[in-house]
Ligand binder design. Structure first.
Ligand SMILES: [Zn+2]
Length: 263
């Protein structure tokens, strides 16, 4: 028996190799001649690599996930359209992925951007909490985080001095956390209820924990909010601590801007 070689090759193998080689080339070029002239080239190649990776991920979703449409998932689709209307968001492609994890994310360099919702969300969250989750992701879309994240995230890999790399990483993580606060505001605007937005966030951190465990965990987090260890841990993380996210949402909910939106 002779196996068909092209059938054996995993679809993503070639593009991953080409992308990796390109990236290695960029790194070699930059470390050999650290000149600003190469920066545009590096950015271009980073974008090209992200573009092909994004496309591949999209195709994988088309094969393995449920595309949310009025016909396939009317309830979820209605929630998405409702949130889009409230946020003035462009059309997006929404996929539901079967998973026991509570998670959602968005990606895409050009329209329509893709929003991915994990199926466990539909079991654990009510309609308003789902509006918060969907609104949060649409917030990343309307605020331009999706393509910026791809571009800027790629820049973090650019070889610089060690100190430069640390600074760049810390700066990007800080930016990423800022984006989360903004997206939470969008989520709050989409669901219109601080209580529901808060319970959605609490459910995200509490996945798989008993109510008692959760209460203990939340109390511990709150008590250690400003400990040095927490401040350090947060400065390395892409997401702010949940208590801070809730606190920021509370402030936004009390602001005149939000009152005007809600009214
Ligand atoms: Zn987010």
């Amino acid at each position: 028996m002779r196996a068909n070689l092209s059938a054996l090759r995993y679809p993503g193998e070639r593009s991953t190799l080409v992308g990796t080689l390109l990236l290695v080339g960029v790194i070699l070029l930059i470390s050999a001649a650290p000149t600003l002239l190469l920066l545009p080239l590096a950015v271009g190649l980073t974008l090209a690599f992200s573009y092909s990776r994004t496309r591949e991920h999209h195709q994988q979703l088309l094969r393995n996930a449920l595309a949310v449409t009025p016909a396939s998932a009317a309830g979820v689709d209605a929630l998405v359209q409702d949130c889009r209307g409230r946020l003035g968001a462009e059309a997006v492609q929404v996929f539901a992925v079967r998973s026991r994890q509570l998670n959602a994310y968005t990606f895409g360099l050009q329209a329509p951007r893709v929003v991915v919702l994990y199926s466990a969300l539909f079991e654990r969250m009510d309609a308003d909490e789902l509006r918060f989750i969907i609104g949060h992701e649409l917030g990343h879309v309307v605020l331009g985080h999706t393509w910026l994240n791809t571009l800027v995230g790629g820049m973090a890999g650019l070889p610089t001095s060690f100190g430069g790399a640390v600074l760049l990483t810390l700066a990007l993580r800080g930016w990423s956390r800022a984006c989360e606060y903004s997206a939470d505001r969008a989520g709050l605007a989409a669901c219109g209820s601080l209580n529901k937005a808060t319970s959605a966030l609490v459910k995200l951190v509490s996945a798989g924990r008993s109510p008692q465990e959760l209460e203990r965990a939340l109390r511990a987090v709150e008590a250690e909010d400003d400990s040095l260890l927490n401040v350090l841990a947060e400065s390395l993380s892409t997401h702010p601590m949940i208590v801070r996210r809730i606190e920021q949402m509370r402030r936004f909910a009390a602001s005149p801007e939000f009152q005007r939106m809600a009214g």
